[in-house]
Design a protein around this ligand. Structure first.
Ligand code: ARG
Length: 582
């Protein structure tokens, strides 16, 4: 249990000693620092419960509080607000505890097995800005849930099933008709066949084929036919498909890795669809499939629905499974292979109907038991200055790589540290670019849209990844310069800024728990900014290295190390790496 929670429990006990039962007492950071560090508002509800004057209750509580040497400056304000302050000695003791073991500052939760689906990149198509937020938010939520004690797996859930791949293969056939893959009489080993195609080619081929299919009916028909052949694992086409997937997957992995995004499971929709027959059997056995104009559908509307809830299309009239069905298959597969307590989908908020339909259909067939959480964690879009989803100048979709390049150019131009050599400078600029982009992406509440503002995101001042990295590196270099000095234990706490830092540190567990509950990283991003700014204030107020009071100097260094450690920990939760210098 975190320190702040322990104090809360202790206060509940004190209230009990005063003769009152209170559960879930709230230790509220005070809005009026002159009155106290914290405020207890419980006398008012207790007054209702016990039919007494709140001020009298507050006085009863204060009597006991005053016997406790850990609290000071205890006073009652207004109708019965109790203000309290932790003594300096107590604060020092608490900070030393946290410095020795940062887990003292985290409220671990009962371990749940959680699968997080936050990839969704489509094979043979370039990752674009639309994939950025799932990757950033999903990765950070995964790290946060792990930190809080959960057993979490990230699933890339690649879009490798369905017509886009049929189109790609159709176009490859156009360009290389003599490839062995298209030769029905070929008897050799396909793994030895060279495919003269790179990922860059694929990124051109897909849009090309997709446009062509809009004008050429026969071409589209061929692509449909190839799609079915792939799904039937037909020799040749299936082997070519696998090769295309592998080429694309390599590139997708690289792009995600550049963003510090790593999946434990690299399944694609096609892997899930291996379970399609079993899945269909379940729906048939439970009489859940209804025939409608040749398609098989599952009714998911209920009487309580206020808005229309269309049925889920299980298979279309041509027998092909829908996007919803791929997600049903994924739920089924995850149940078999991982048996999770929760499945989270970090996917664009505009897909909410898709998930609502899918979850309802999954529940109807009892694909998972009732207590398994299925949750769509939707997010808003990253917009351009015009307020519409971010586009290139000519109106096209911007690839994620190009976006990262834009930010890189900006962060590169901002590195003025002359001790950094050219080669290293490029590396540093890359790390800072990822930090700037990720921090800006995680700073707004996930549900809201935000505007991509290059100069602002990469600024060294203000609420930015660059500012936090820069400050964190400065803490580290201060500690390195002081390596000969004692940095063991905090001895005393001097000024107001240090106390504010201390209280901010104590509030960390609340921020983490709240962020996990909200499935949003914005509070953590804000917290990092707050802690860092407070530290910088302290840094400008004091000359740590030349301080003559050795006890104070040691305390300052320990505090610096603690803030540094917390920054590293929380930046890691956000999936942000810290360069050596910048
Ligand atoms: N591949 C899909 C797309 O690009 C996103 C997949 C999201 N995840 C899911 N389980 N449906 O729209």
């Amino acid at each position: 249990m975190s320190i702040i929670k322990n104090i809360t429990k202790e206060l509940e006990n004190i209230v009990k000693q005063a003769g009152y039962e209170v559960d879930n007492l709230v230790l509220q950071p005070s809005g009026r620092k002159d009155l106290g560090q914290y405020q207890l508002n419980d006398a008012m509800p207790l007054a209702k419960k016990y039919g007494k004057n709140p001020r009298m209750i507050a006085e009863d509580i204060v009597k006991i509080l005053e016997q406790n040497s850990r609290f000071t400056n205890i006073n009652i304000a207004g109708p019965g607000f109790i203000n309290i302050t932790l003594t300096d000695e107590y604060l020092v003791e608490l900070l030393n505890k946290i410095a020795a073991n940062i887990d003292e500052n985290i409220d671990k939760e009962e371990t749940k097995k959680i699968v997080i689906d936050y990839g969704g990149a489509n094979v043979a198509k370039a990752l674009h800005v639309g994939h950025l937020r799932s990757a950033n938010i999903g990765e950070a939520l995964k790290r946060l849930a792990k930190l809080l004690g959960h057993d979490v797996l990230g699933d890339a859930h690649l879009g490798d099933y369905g017509r886009p791949l049929g189109l790609v293969l159709r176009e490859i056939k156009e360009r290389y008709p003599n490839l062995e893959y298209f030769d029905e009489n070929y008897t050799g080993d396909f793994s030895e066949v060279e495919l003269p195609i790179t990922n860059e080619d694929l990124e051109i081929i897909y849009p090309y084929a997709s446009n062509k299919a809009k004008e050429d009916e026969q071409y589209l028909e061929d692509a449909r036919d190839i799609t079915l052949r792939i799904q039937r694992h037909e020799k040749g086409y299936y082997d070519l498909w696998k090769k295309v997937v592998d080429i694309s997957k390599e590139d997708i992995k690289e792009t995600y890795a550049a963003l510090n995004v790593f999946f434990e499971i690299w399944n694609g929709e096609s892997d899930e669809m291996e379970y399609f027959d079993e899945l269909k059997q379940i729906y048939e056995d439970k009489n859940l499939l209804v025939e409608s104009e040749g398609a098989q559908i599952v009714e998911v509307a209920t009487e309580e629905d206020k808005a229309p809830m269309p049925p889920l299309i299980f298979t279309r009239s041509n027998g092909v499974a829908s996007y919803e069905t791929t997600d049903l298959a994924a739920i089924y597969e995850r149940k078999i292979n991982f048996n999770p307590d929760e499945i989270w989908y970090v996917v664009d908020g505009r897909q909410s109907l898709h998930f609502e339909q899918t979850f309802r259909a999954a529940r109807k067939a009892d694909l998972v038991s009732d207590n398994v959480v299925l949750e769509h964690i939707g997010f808003g879009t990253m917009n351009g200055k015009d307020g519409k989803p971010f586009k290139t100048r000519d109106g096209g979709v911007l690839s994620l790589k190009s976006l990262m390049n834009l930010v890189y150019n900006e962060t590169y131009s901002k590195i003025t540290n002359e001790s950094i050599q050219e080669q290293e400078k490029e590396k540093v600029a890359k790390t800072v670019a990822v930090a700037a982009l990720k921090y800006a992406d995680l700073l707004p509440f996930r549900g809201t849209d935000y505007i991509f503002e290059l100069e602002k995101f990469a600024d060294l001042e203000g609420k930015t990844g660059s500012y936090i990295l820069y400050s964190t590196i400065r803490m580290k270099s201060l500690l390195a310069k002081a390596s000969e000095l004692k940095q063991e234990k905090m001895q005393l706490i001097g000024g107001e800024t240090e106390k504010e830092i201390a209280l901010t540190i104590l509030s960390m567990p609340t921020v983490l728990t709240k962020a996990k509950e909200a499935r949003s990283l914005n509070d953590i991003a804000e917290y990092l900014y707050k802690l860092t700014s407070l530290y910088n204030k302290f840094y400008s107020e004091n000359k740590v290295l030349v301080e003559e009071n050795q006890q104070l100097q040691e305390s300052w260094l320990v505090l610096t190390k603690l803030v540094y450690d917390i920054n590293i920990l929380l930046l890691d939760v956000l999936g942000i790496k810290v360069p050596e210098k910048m």
